[in-house]
Design a protein around this ligand. Structure first.
Ligand SMILES: Nc1ncnc2c1ncn2[C@@H]1O[C@H](COP(=O)(O)OP(=O)(O)O)[C@@H](O)[C@H]1O
Ligand SMILES: C[C@@](O)(CCOP(=O)(O)O)CC(=O)O
Ligand SMILES: [Mg+2]
Length: 427
C-alpha cells in the first residue's frame, strides 16, 4: 500500500563530451549535477474525486484529467510488470492525442504527454484517483542540463512505485551499492520512454545519468542492442564554470535539425561524428589516468575546444554561446564548449589554474551585460531518490500549495529537508 505524500527526485547532468554524436551511437561522457528536480505526489481526501492533477508551475502548466476517461484499454497489464521496450507503443501514442488536444504550447504538450504516457503504461485504472503530481526543479529548463530527463526519471520512478512495479527504496546515501539495482534499471528504461515523448530521438545518456547518478561513459547501440554504460569513478577534480545564456531552445528542434544535416551530408558529417567519438574516447582515457597531471589537463582542454568546433559545424551553436567562448578566450579563462543540445542553453568552461579575482570580476561584468548566469555546482551527485515519512520538521512543506509557492530554488531544498541525508532513500 503506497503512503502519500512522497517525493521522488533526480539530478540534471552535464555532458562533457559527445552530445549529438551520442544520438548516432557514438560514446559520450556525462556527469550528474547537484541541481535536481523534485516530484511531490499527494492524495486528496475526497474518495469520490475522479481526477488526477498535474501542477507544473515551473512551466506554468496546471491540468487535470478524468481517470474514468483515460484509454486504459490501450495498455495491457495482465502480465504484471509492463515490458520495457525500445519504441513507444504506437497505439497508446495515438490514443493519447485526444487527451492532449486542449494543450497547445509545445513546452506544455511534451511534459503532459510524457506524464500521460508513463501514467498509462505504469499504472492501471484501479489505482487511487485524486492524486496530484507537483514538480519543482532547481535546474534551468530547456538549457542543456537535462531537465527533461530528470522529470522523466522522477515520473517513471513515482509511477512505477505507485503501480507496484518497484518496491520502496531503502538504501541510504552511504550504503548505496555499486551494482545497479533492478529498480534502477526499470526506472532507467521507462524514463527513456519519457524522454522519447519529450524529444523524439534521445540517446538515453541523460536519463541514465539522472537514474544512476555519478559520471558515465555511455554508448547507445544499433539494432536494439542494450546501451553500454560504464561508471567513471574517481573523476579528477576538474574546475568547471557553467554559464547559462538564458536563450531558450528545445532539444527536440536541435536534434531534428542535426538529423537533417546528417541526412543531407552523410559523408561530411560522418567524419564529424567519428571525430567526436575519438574525442570522447581520448577524454575517457585521460580522465581515468591514475595521475591526472597538468599535461592531461592541457590535453583535455584541447579536446574541449575541438569538440565545440565540431558542434559548431553541425549547426548547434548560437551567437550567445559564441559570446561566452569569446570572452573566456579573450580573458584566457579556459576552454569553452556548449553542453547539451546547444542552440542556446549552457556552456561549460574548463578553467585555467590561477585565475585572479580581477579577471573573474571582468568576466562577470561582461556576462551581466548579456544576462548570462553562472552556476556553481558539483559533478557526480546521487541518482534517483525517494523521500517518504519525512521528519515532522519537514512534513508541513509536503503540500501542493507550499511546493507551488516556493520562490527560490534554495527554498525548495531547505524546506523539504534535502540536505538532511537520513531522510532520503535510494534504489
Ligand atoms: N520542472 C519542470 N516542469 C515541467 N516540465 C519540465 C520541467 N523540467 C523539464 N520539463 C519538460 O522538459 C522540456 C525541456 O526539455 P529539453 O528541451 O530536453 O531541455 P533540457 O532537457 O535541456 O532542459 C520542457 O519543455 C518540459 O516539457
Ligand atoms: C543532444 C543530446 O545529445 C543531449 C540533449 O541534452 P539536453 O536535453 O539539451 O539536456 C541528445 C541526447 O543525447 O539524447
Ligand atoms: Mg532534455
Amino acid at each position: 500500500m503506497v503512503q502519500y505524500p512522497f517525493i521522488t527526485s533526480a539530478p540534471g547532468k552535464v555532458i562533457l563530451f559527445g552530445e549529438h554524436s551520442a544520438v548516432y551511437n557514438k560514446p559520450a561522457i556525462a556527469a550528474a549535477l547537484s541541481l535536481r528536480t523534485y516530484l511531490l505526489v499527494t492524495k486528496n481526501s475526497d474518495p469520490n474525486d475522479d481526477y488526477i492533477y498535474l501542477e507544473f508551475p515551473d512551466i506554468k502548466l496546471s491540468h487535470k484529467w478524468k481517470m474514468s476517461e483515460m484509454p486504459w484499454e490501450l495498455t495491457t497489464h495482465e502480465q504484471g510488470r509492463p515490458p520495457e521496450g525500445e519504441e513507444l507503443n504506437a497505439e497508446l501514442v495515438n490514443g493519447l492525442t485526444t487527451m492532449l488536444t486542449t494543450i497547445t504550447s509545445p513546452l506544455h504538450y511534451s511534459a503532459a504527454y510524457c506524464f500521460l504516457y508513463l501514467f498509462l503504461s505504469l499504472c492501471n485504472g484501479e489505482i487511487e484517483s485524486g492524486l496530484t503530481f507537483t514538480v519543482r526543479s532547481t535546474l534551468p529548463i530547456g538549457a542543456g542540463l537535462g531537465s527533461s530527463a530528470s522529470i522523466s526519471v522522477c515520473l517513471a520512478s513515482a509511477l512505477a512505485y505507485i503501480g507496484g512495479h518497484i518496491k520502496n527504496a531503502t538504501l541510504d546515501k552511504s550504503s548505496k551499492i555499486i551494482k545497479d539495482s533492478d529498480e534502477c534499471l526499470f526506472v532507467d528504461a521507462w524514463s527513456y520512454m519519457g524522454e522519447k515523448c519529450i524529444h523524439g530521438n534521445p540517446s538515453g545518456i541523460d536519463n541514465a545519468v539522472a537514474t544512476h547518478g555519478g559520471a558515465v561513459m555511455f554508448q547507445r547501440m544499433a539494432n536494439s542492442m542494450p546501451s553500454v554504460r560504464t561508471s567513471m569513478r574517481n573523476l579528477p577534480s576538474i574546475n568547471l564554470l557553467l554559464t547559462n545564456t538564458k536563450t531558450p531552445r528545445r532539444t527536440a528542434d536541435l536534434v531534428s535539425n542535426v538529423a537533417r544535416v546528417v541526412n543531407d551530408f552523410p559523408k561530411s558529417t560522418g567524419c564529424i561524428l567519428e571525430s567526436m567519438e575519438a574525442i570522447a574516447r581520448e577524454a575517457y582515457n585521460l580522465m581515468l589516468r591514475p595521475f591526472f597531471d597538468n599535461d592531461s589537463k592541457v590535453r583535455l582542454m584541447e579536446l574541449i575546444r575541438i569538440n565545440h568546433g565540431l558542434l559548431v559545424a553541425l549547426g548547434v551553436s548560437h551567437p550567445n554561446l559564441e559570446r561566452i567562448k569569446l570572452y573566456c578566450d579573450e580573458l584566457k579563462i579556459g576552454e569553452t564548449k556548449l553542453t547539451g543540445a546547444g542552440g542556446g542553453g549552457c556552456a561549460i568552461t574548463l578553467l585555467n589554474e590561477n585565475i585572479t579575482q580581477d579577471t573573474y570580476d571582468e568576466l562577470n561584468a561582461k556576462f551581466e551585460q548579456h544576462g548570462f548566469q553562472t552556476f556553481k555546482t558539483t559533478l557526480g551527485g546521487k541518482g534517483v531518490g525517494l523521500l517518504m515519512n519525512p521528519s515532522k520538521e519537514f512534513s508541513e512543506y509536503l503540500s501542493v500549495e507550499s511546493f507551488v509557492n516556493f520562490k527560490t530554488t534554495n527554498e525548495i531544498e531547505t524546506s523539504i529537508g534535502c540536505s538532511s541525508v537520513e531522510s532520503w532513500k535510494y534504489w
